[in-house]
Design a protein around this ligand. Structure first.
Ligand SMILES: Cc1cc2nc3c(=O)[nH]c(=O)nc-3n(C[C@H](O)[C@H](O)[C@H](O)COP(=O)(O)OP(=O)(O)OC[C@H]3O[C@@H](n4cnc5c(N)ncnc54)[C@H](O)[C@@H]3O)c2cc1C
Length: 604
């Protein structure tokens, strides 16, 4: 076997580029799919792997594994297929030939060529779409570099949407809805903690799979997690990327949605979709009963405690469960000024004319520094280490190919997850460098000139690498960079804070930063904090790590099986929550209908 590589450049593949001259994608894709289909049908696992490149990947979302897995290399793929192919009954249906999914030749970089094809498939349980990236071989035969099999629905339990919605006139809707909302006739099957967009999205999916669900939130209003952030906050993603399940934003809406507007929309969304949400409510405790396979929950609401038994528990409590991360810095008691975490910062008004140090150099730090500068505060941003920068314009250009008014949203989401991360991260390097040296060139050089330190993400793979690994460490520039370059927002970079002094901060390099206020934009704490608080330390440690990527390049602990039975965690930006909420709901529905048990989840 030759030594492994993560991207199939023509050079790595030993392919002469002229092989591609005059190539017709559909006949080549059909040829590959015909062989693949026959081998899948015959359960000939050895022959299936022969249609893959030896270093190829099989990425699966629930179809074969009831898990999120990326399996690499012929022998490991064969092991997966030997264990799961007959059991799940995977059958290849048809090649997708509509204008968006038809076989297409792609050149993501100058030396990489993929022939992308999509096909529909079925398993014993459900249906889905597969995306295959083929690469050429020296013998002019095409082989799969990667395949994604993604379960999209359960055959016997489709979501009750469109033609399947309730077609009867409901003459007693009001009374029925009230009983349902109050769970007057029994306990819910699923309890979701957190009514942000993650919790509401999961509840919507479950509702339309006829799973009784209650969402609780400690806030008084749905959307308060956005309303209580700084007033100037506008989302950095366009309305096309961030729309919720079953509800696009009105086409009259601004491209970039202000946070409070999104908050109101979330409130409206929960009412319109008849989601069961209890507000100003807390879970006092959740205790797992292994014998009954259920949770005993104590809920504090309206001054009283209600005990309920539910089968499934979902945490949608947001980044760090809402626990701010504040560095423990010596001498805070001696400091005369104000100290805030970014989550406590609402408005710049009280800081006008004052000296403010903003600690951190990610998205929140930049937004807050900009907000303060606009209100005539004297702002210094304290940057400990370098930040990955991309302009909003560059980001929108790259995402806009898929996320635009003409491209089907569901397919755009599938494509976003189609390429295995181990390859994708390498493919991102070229475009990241290209962006930094063309459209964002002045931004980078201007920032470096004033001492602001930049990077291009982990291994040069841009902001996505940092989002997946840490959920932070980058800034999508919406204007603060210009003010940093112009000197209107000052920069102190490359030194950590040693301690507070009476009039400000002392840094490790011995310099002092005089300031009337210090705002820590240092992110949020350990994601397991809220699980620990509600379920206790044993469950929190069984759950395992959350966020960051595992060895296969899959996100840890989110949307899929955790170490604790019947406990899931859903969180992330609006786009990922829209996509993965379906997968979480499918797992619960499959367990609930007895299609699978916990043992059916592939863990080898
Ligand atoms: C400044 C900023 C800008 C952002 N910009 C974007 C953007 O442009 N695009 C994008 O897609 N994402 C953006 N995000 C990221 C992300 O979408 C948000 O953090 C989002 O709020 C996460 O949604 P969520 O539902 O997971 O959590 P949240 O919105 O934080 O909701 C969690 C809910 O859980 C409740 N809760 C927590 N613990 C408990 C408990 N113990 N009991 C009861 N209730 C509890 C909270 O009250 C809260 O309502 C941004 C985030 C920040 C901070």
């Amino acid at each position: 076997m030759s030594s492994s590589f993560d991207i199939p450049t023509l050079d790595n593949l030993g392919v002469d580029p002229t092989v591609l001259d005059g190539l017709s994608p559909t006949p080549e894709a059909t040829k590959w799919l015909t062989a693949f289909r026959t081998n899948i049908h015959d359960r000939a696992t050895g022959l299936i792997t022969s249609t893959f490149h030896e270093f190829g990947f099989w990425k699966d979302i629930l179809a074969l594994t009831w898990n999120f897995r990326t399996i690499r290399g012929s022998s490991t793929i064969k092991q997966l297929l030997d264990a799961r192919l007959a059991l799940t009954g995977l059958t290849v249906l048809s090649l997708a030939e509509d204008s968006f999914r038809a076989p297409t030749l792609l050149k993501p970089t100058t030396d990489v060529v993929f022939l992308r094809l999509c096909f529909e498939f079925e398993t014993n349980y459900g249906r889905g779409t597969a995306v295959v990236f083929l690469v050429p071989t020296p013998k002019t035969q095409w082989k799969a570099w990667s395949i994604l099999t993604r379960l999209g629905s359960l055959k016997d339990y489709p979501e009750k949407v469109g033609p399947l919605r309730n077609s009867a006139m409901d003459l007693e809707w009001e009374g029925r809805r009230l009983r349902e909302l109050n769970f007057a006739d029994g306990n819910p099957t699923v309890l979701i903690i957190g009514a942000g967009h993650a919790g509401l999205g999961i509840a919507a999916r479950l509702k339309y799979m006829s799973i009784s669900t209650l969402v609780i939130d400690r806030h008084a209003r749905i959307g308060d997690s956005w309303r209580t952030r700084y007033k100037s906050l506008c989302l950095h993603d366009t309305g096309i990327i961030i729309c919720l399940i079953s509800s696009k934003f009105p086409s009259t809406w601004p491209m970039y949605c202000p946070a409070s507007k999104l908050a109101d929309w979330l409130e409206f969304y929960a009412t319109a979709l008849e989601l069961n949400v209890w507000l100003s409510t807390r879970v006092v405790s959740a205790t797992w009963n292994e014998e009954q396979m259920s949770w005993c929950i104590l809920i504090y609401r309206n001054g009283g405690v209600r005990k309920m038994t539910v089968k499934y528990l979902v945490f949608a409590t947001g980044f760090g469960g809402g626990f701010p991360k504040m560095p423990d810095i010596e001498g805070k008691d001696t400091y005369d000024g104000t100290v805030l975490h970014s989550s406590q910062y609402i408005s710049p008004v009280e800081f006008t004319g004052k000296k403010v140090a903003v600690v951190g150099a990610g998205n929140s730090a930049h937004d807050i520094a900009m907000d303060l500068y606009r209100s005539n505060a004297d702002v210094t941003m304290i940057q400990r280490s370098s930040t990955c920068i991309i302009s909003l314009e560059a980001l929108i250009r790259s995402l806009g190919e898929r996320y635009n008014e003409h491209f089907p949203l569901d397919f755009a989401d599938i494509l976003g997850s189609a390429m295995p991360w181990l390859s994708f991260r390498v493919l991102l390097k070229g475009p990241t460098l290209h962006t930094a040296s063309t459209i964002d060139k002045d931004l980078f050089s201007g920032l470096e000139n004033v001492g602001f330190r930049t990077n291009l993400g982990i291994d040069g793979a841009g902001p996505l690498s940092l989002i997946f690994a840490r959920g932070g460490g980058f800034y999508i520039d919406t204007g603060a960079c210009r003010e940093i370059i112009n000197g209107n927002i000052k920069i102190k970079s490359g030194s950590s804070i040693r301690r507070f002094v009476s009039h400000g901060l002392e840094l490790e390099d011995g310099t002092q930063q005089e300031c009337d206020a210090v705002i820590f934009a240092t992110g949020f704490g350990e994601l397991r904090n809220s699980i620990r608080e509600i379920c206790g330390p044993d469950v929190a440690s069984k759950v395992g790590p959350i966020w960051g990527l595992d060895d296969e390049g899959e996100q840890q602990g989110l949307w899929r099986k955790t170490g604790q039975p019947h406990l899931w965690i859903g969180m992330g930006n609006l786009g990922r929550c829209r996509f993965h909420s379906l997968h979480l709901a499918l797992q619960i529905k499959a367990l609930e209908e007895g299609l699978i048990t916990g043992d059916d989840i592939y863990v080898q």
